[in-house]
Design a protein around this ligand. Structure first.
Ligand code: GLP
Length: 241
């Protein structure tokens, strides 16, 4: 594992964008595993800026996203597909037919997850997987206790997550209760992993994940077993290390 200390969110984002951009320059048809959440937004902004300057070409890139809410279609502004279009895909020359996100509109979880695992296989696996980290060390929607051997699966969202999301929906019935997420095994199968962490609220998760024992109670700790992991964390996220 290589750990880079960034000064702040902006510095972390630029460093991350540099690594993603180097991956695409070295392998123009790379398969990028992408993530949502507030953490990678700055890196996506930087990539868009470099794309506009002609410094990066996404025309041959394929992407597979980590997760999606079950029940939401891509035109719902809370879906992760919508997030990816808004923050990256709509602004660069990636072929949208080669951007994959689990199908939130597929009601049969087994079908949705099997299809997504088949997609990951069919694109030849992931060259670079980008990750954020939850305050409790979760990656994707793999919450503490998730099996290290899991492939794409359906997870019941925690009560806290459902409540936190409620403000974005008209009624409680509309709030997603489940999500489809790549499993830890999918993430560990990526050739390279790039995890980003910013802010004090990530300090405990970063410390426990990379300086503590490898345990299912801290899902990101499994990354210590991966042979090509880059962690970029800012000073606040590293404040307990
Ligand atoms: C969600 C996402 C994760 C993300 C995490 C942290 O649970 N499923 O992929 O890493 O939130 O989000 P943020 O980057 O906004 O802190």
């Amino acid at each position: 594992m290589v750990l880079y200390q960034a000064k702040d969110y902006k510095d972390m984002s630029r460093k991350a964008a540099n690594i993603i951009s180097a991956q695409v320059i070295m392998k123009p048809n790379a398969v990028l595993g992408l993530a949502t959440g507030s953490t990678p937004v700055g890196a996506y902004e930087q990539l868009v800026e470099w794309y506009n300057k002609g410094d990066i070409d996404f025309s041959q890139v394929t992407s597979v996203n980590l997760d999606e809410y079950k029940g939401l279609s891509g035109d719902n502004d809370q879906s992760y597909r919508y997030f990816m279009n808004k923050n990256l895909f709509d602004h660069v020359n990636i072929d949208k037919a080669r951007t994959f996100v689990p199908d939130g509109t597929e009601p049969d979880s087994k079908v949705a997850c099997a299809k997504y695992n088949a997609i990951i296989d069919s694109v030849g696996g992931i060259d670079l997987q980008l990750l954020g980290i939850g305050g409790n060390g979760h990656i994707g929607f793999n919450e503490p206790g998730s099996a290290f051997e899991s492939l794409t699966h359906c997870v019941a969202l925690k009560e806290d997550t459902i409540k936190a999301n409620a403000r974005f929906f008209e009624t409680m019935d509309d709030v997603p209760k489940y999500a489809y997420t790549m499993g830890i095994k999918n993430i560990m199968s990526a050739k390279k992993v790039l995890l980003l962490a910013s802010g004090k609220n990530k300090a405990k998760a970063v410390y426990e994940s990379f300086f503590g024992p490898i345990v299912p109670g801290v899902p990101a700790s499994v990354l210590q077993l991966h042979n090509d992991v880059i962690v970029i964390a800012d000073e606040e996220a590293l404040s307990l290390c």
